[in-house]
Design a protein. Structure first.
Length: 318
């Protein structure tokens, strides 16, 4: 066993928590994230960083933290957010899994203790997220959200001052992957993230939707405070961002809505959005995505009648 697992060894067996960080050209904010992680006072957690073939110094920076307890895994290709996390979780051992973005700084050294306590106190809890804050800690980025029709997200607390109004745990439809915690048995039951969402966006909302269909709750807990530097790997408003975002929301819609809702509510709403807004700015991109999603939908749901979620290792129940 490598020195990076000293926390688990000293705890006498497998760690309680596995903290997973997946990087892709994430060097700009990686050191503060790792410094905050290794300031945690939890006695039994392992820290795993998987690098998705970054072209910057992400991997070199990660190697600097190996003596402090970081286990580093290097992928030869970019497996995306879903694929990278699936790979890293498969290599982990904790009974609780905490996915952490490489641009997400834990404010308190007791954050991991609070994660463990939340699951111990709430057997009905499926997925747990954090209050996400601006980098200066003064503004709420959001506290989870809801997915509308056609799959445009509304975020609770977005852009409001962190003045005490958002201090109550909130049951939501989804939390995002900046801090995304769940039990290992739930992760295994769901088969992890659906890798069709690669390289990013909506895989976290999709997993939350599948957890809720099992009767479990998705909770955003303001006791977990995370300063989040959004989009280190992908910039908002770039063509790459739009392609990933719209592919993700369309597949989320096709995969998670009942067929009548899909045909009689989501489809008309999507067409109205496209002719009003989508065709004006990225019409060709959207037409290509519609065709891609339609082909996958027909193949999976109507022709073969196979489960819609599939990744490299296992197929989850829909």
């Amino acid at each position: 066993m490598r020195p990076g697992n000293l926390r688990a060894v000293n705890a006498g067996g497998d760690p309680t928590l596995s903290v997973i960080i997946v990087t892709y050209n994430s060097a700009a904010r990686l050191r503060p994230t790792l410094d905050a992680l290794f300031a945690q006072d939890h006695p039994s957690f392992e820290a795993i960083l998987l690098d998705n073939a970054s072209a910057d110094d992400s991997l070199a920076i990660a190697r600097e933290y190996e003596p402090r307890g970081l286990r580093v895994i290097s992928n030869k290709t970019n497996r995306g957010y879903a694929g990278g996390n699936n790979d890293a979780v498969a290599a982990s051992r904790g009974r609780l899994i905490v996915l952490l973005n490489p641009d997400a700084e834990l404010e308190s050294p007791s954050t991991l203790r609070a994660v463990e306590r939340a699951f111990a106190e709430r057997p009905e809890l499926g997925v747990l997220g954090a209050k996400l804050l601006s980098p200066d800690g003064r503004t709420v980025q959001h506290m989870g959200g809801v997915v509308g029709i056609p799959a445009h997200c509304a975020l609770y607390g977005r852009g409001e001052p962190d003045d005490g109004r958002w201090e109550t745990p909130l049951e939501v439809e989804f939390v995002v992957g900046a801090l995304f915690a769940l039990r290992r048995d739930l992760w295994d039951r769901l088969g992890g993230f659906d890798e069709f969402f690669n390289p990013a966006y909506y895989e976290d909302a999709d997993l939350c939707a599948r957890a809720r269909r099992l009767g479990l709750k998705v909770l955003c807990d303001p006791a977990l405070r995370v300063r989040h530097h959004e989009n280190v790997s992908t910039q908002y408003h770039s063509p790459q961002f739009y392609a990933m975002h719209h592919k993700g929301r369309l597949w989320y819609t096709a995969k998670n809505l009942p067929l009548p809702t899909l045909l009689f509510r989501a489809l008309p709403a999507e067409l109205a959005w496209f002719f009003k807004t989508g065709s004006r700015y990225y019409g060709r991109l959207m037409l290509g995505l519609y065709w891609m999603i339609l082909k996958r939908f027909l193949k999976r749901r109507l022709l073969r009648r196979a489960p819609l979620h599939e990744n490299h290792a296992t197929t989850a129940k829909d």
